[in-house]
Structures are given as structure tokens and as C-alpha cells.
Write a protein that binds this ligand. Structure first.
Ligand code: PLP
Ligand code: COI
Length: 354
């Protein structure tokens, strides 16, 4: 049976999987809600999206996504407050970034109304899937990929935009140890590092597997030219605290302009924490770890939220970070999650009620 919600057609699933899900023990991105948003680009335009039952999709083997990797995505979260309001965090920033990625990958840009109305309708239909437990949320994955056929290495003429959602717990299971990379690169000047392109992640998997074998969870990427500057981690932007100053690298062609990162910079400033956005050398971080002035390192991202880094490896040496009682990471994490979940005032206008 189909209904219309916010001008979007909704075709409901015959059966809900929700009773099979243990909402008290959620992993990250492992189980998927009953519905998804689906929207097709053909004949030179995006067609009105529909909410449909979550299900596998069928593609032609020559679809260009398989051969030339035209694929981009976003990561967002929905929360519920005490009064069951559905809340998002800076969703228009994700929409804008999706189109920045689209442009770079020669994918046609998506109209804002299809993204926002489609997302809001999907969240209303699957509202029961939004966890209320602290530390859990409904992870939202909007993505676009090339469905158009043909082996010619050129942009496809057809695409699909999907939003699927997954009730999720923490991204990292325990303490995070990172390896500062000295050989491989994630991105390069003039490349696609600033885009959320699927291939950026595929390219990280092999070096990250090598790091995991050595006991680290993530790689911290350094600049491709000299490997002397800290850039970002595989799934999050990086902050370091030297003495009482919080430092993060500037965004560039090579680094994702993280929404959590820019929110943390603003929040830290309002907390009176000195913040520097500047290039960070690996040698200053190693030096600070050696002389005890490196107080904290943490990653910031939608999935990662704020993930404190317990230690890092560099050139066969391991460095542990101190275990402080009051960290910038914990106070900033509380501030951002309280805003996201409507436990605190939002002077920035970041919270978005669906
Ligand atoms: N850097 C990379 C490579 C990411 O995949 C992410 C996650 O989205 C981030 C940084 C953090 O970005 P945001 O805070 O917008 O989620
Ligand atoms: C996110 O934080 O939303 C991301 O997209 C990172 C991803 C690798 C899980």
C-alpha cells in the first residue's frame, strides 16, 4: 500500500524487523531499518524520491560504479529527545557537502528538496528505529552511485541516490591507537581527498590492514608530498592538545571538511580553550610526546563523535598519551552530544527538528 508523506510516496514494508534487534547492544552500521529512500537520475534529471522497503537492488554488470568508481556518500545521525522529537545535526551541511563531492566526481548535483524532504519522510516512517539510549543513534547513510551502463570510461548517464539508516552504537569498540603513516598516502593535491568518495576509503584499506596487524585501529595520514604533516585519520579529523592549546590542521584539497571538526573548533572557542588551525608537524607531536607537553589527541567525526586516542606509533616507536582526569575530549564531547540530543541550549542553531 502506498501513502504520501511530505509530498513523497511511501511504500511500506509488509513486515518489520524491529523486534529482532537488540537495541541495548548495537554495533555500528550492522543492522538496517525497515525502509530506505530511493531516487533515480535518468533522462537528464533527478526524479522525485520514494520511501520503499529496505531491499537489495539489481544493477547491470556494466554499471559504471563497478568499473570507474563513481560513488559518493555522506554520514549523519538522528537522535530522539525526551519528548520523542526527531533531531538532526547541521543536515544542510551534509547536503551541501554531498553536492561538493558530486561535482568533483562528475555526478549530477541533487536538488535540496529531494534530500531534505526525502530524509525527513524516511525518518518519520522509521521513527521507532531511532535509539534513545545514550551513546546510540540512528546512523544515516545518504549515497549516490553510477547505475548507467557501458565500459566507456566517462561519466554515467544514470545514477541512484539512496538513504539507508542503521541504529548504531559506538564506532570504536575500545581505546584507539593510531599509526602515523610514513609511506602510503590517502590523497594528493588536486585529487579527491576533500570529497566523500568511496574510492578514498578503498585506498586506505590495505595500509590500514597493515597497521591493524601491528595493533593499531586507524592510520593517521600525513601529507603525500613530505609525510611531515599530520592530515586526518581514516574516518575522522584529528585534534592534538599541546599544553593547553587545541590544534587541528587546516582543511585542503586533501582533507575532508568535517562538520564535527568545525563544530568542535567553535565550541572550544566558546569554552575559552585556545584553538589553533594550522599545519601540525609529525616531529612536533613526537617531541611533545617525549617532553610531556602532548596532553591529548582525539578524532572527531559523525561516526566517531569524539574518540580519544590512547597512543600512537611512528617509525617503530610507540608513544602513550597520559590518562588525564579532565580532558578537552570529554568536555567537548559532552557539549556536542548535549546539543545534538536536546539536553542543552543550542546557541549556534545547529540542531534541526524534523
Ligand atoms: N574525515 C574522514 C575521512 C571522514 O570519513 C569523516 C567522516 O565523515 C570525517 C573526517 C569527519 O567528518 P564529519 O565530522 O563531517 O562526519
Ligand atoms: C562518518 O563519520 O559518518 C563517516 O562517514 C565515516 C565512515 C568511514 C564511517
Amino acid at each position: 500500500m502506498s501513502t504520501i508523506v511530505n509530498d513523497i510516496e511511501v511504500i511500506k514494508a509488509n513486515h518489520t524487523k524491529i523486534h529482532d534487534i537488540d537495541f541495548n547492544n548495537l554495533k555500528f552500521g550492522h543492522v538496517f531499518s525497515d525502509h530506505m529512500l530511493e531516487c533515480d537520475y535518468k533522462d537528464g534529471k533527478w526524479h522525485t524520491p520514494k520511501v520503499v522497503p529496505y531491499a537489495p537492488i539489481s544493477l547491470d554488470p556494466s554499471a559504471k560504479i563497478f568499473h570507474y568508481g563513481q560513488s559518493i556518500f555522506e554520514g549523519m545521525k538522528a537522535y530522539k529527545d525526551e519528548d520523542d522529537n526527531i533531531l538532526l545535526f547541521r543536515p544542510l551541511d551534509n547536503f551541501k557537502r554531498l553536492n561538493i563531492s558530486a561535482k568533483r566526481l562528475a555526478i549530477p548535483e541533487l536538488p535540496e528538496a529531494f534530500f531534505m524532504d526525502g530524509l525527513k519522510t524516511l525518518l518519520k516512517v522509521d521513527s521507532d528505529w531511532i535509539p534513545k539510549k545514550e551513546g546510540s543513534s540512528l546512523y544515516i547513510r545518504p549515497f549516490i552511485f553510477a547505475t548507467g551502463k557501458g565500459f566507456h570510461a566517462s561519466p554515467a548517464d544514470e545514477y541512484k541516490f539512496i538513504i539507508s539508516t542503521a541504529p548504531s552504537g559506538a564506532y570504536f569498540a575500545g581505546k584507539v591507537k593510531v599509526l602515523i603513516e610514513e609511506k602510503y598516502s590517502r590523497s594528493a593535491n588536486g585529487g579527491v581527498g576533500f570529497a566523500k568518495a568511496g574510492g578514498n576509503y578503498a585506498g586506505q584499506f590495505y595500509p590500514t590492514q597493515l597497521a591493524v596487524k601491528k595493533g593499531y585501529q586507524q592510520v593517521i595520514w600525513t601529507d603525500d608530498n613530505t609525510h611531515e604533516y599530520i592530515e586526518e585519520a581514516g574516518a575522522m579529523n584529528i585534534f592534538v592538545r599541546i599544553n593547553d592549546t587545541l590544534i587541528t590542521g587546516p582543511t585542503s584539497d586533501r582533507i575532508l571538511d568535517g562538520i564535527t571538526r568545525k563544530s568542535i573548533i567553535e565550541l572550544a572557542k566558546t569554552e575559552g580553550i585556545p584553538v589553533e588551525v594550522r599545519k601540525i608537524t609529525v616531529s612536533e607531536v613526537v617531541e611533545a610526546a617525549k617532553n610531556g607537553t602532548l596532553k591529548e589527541m582525539f578524532g572527531a567525526g559523525t561516526a566517531a563523535v569524539i574518540s580519544p586516542i590512547a597512543g600512537f606509533g611512528y617509525k617503530n616507536e610507540d608513544f602513550d598519551l597520559p590518562e588525564l582526569e579532565n580532558t578537552f575530549a570529554s568536555s567537548l564531547k559532552k557539549r556536542i552530544t548535549d546539543i545534538q540530543t536536546n539536553k542543552a541550549e543550542d546557541p549556534f542553531g545547529w540542531r534541526y527538528k524534523v
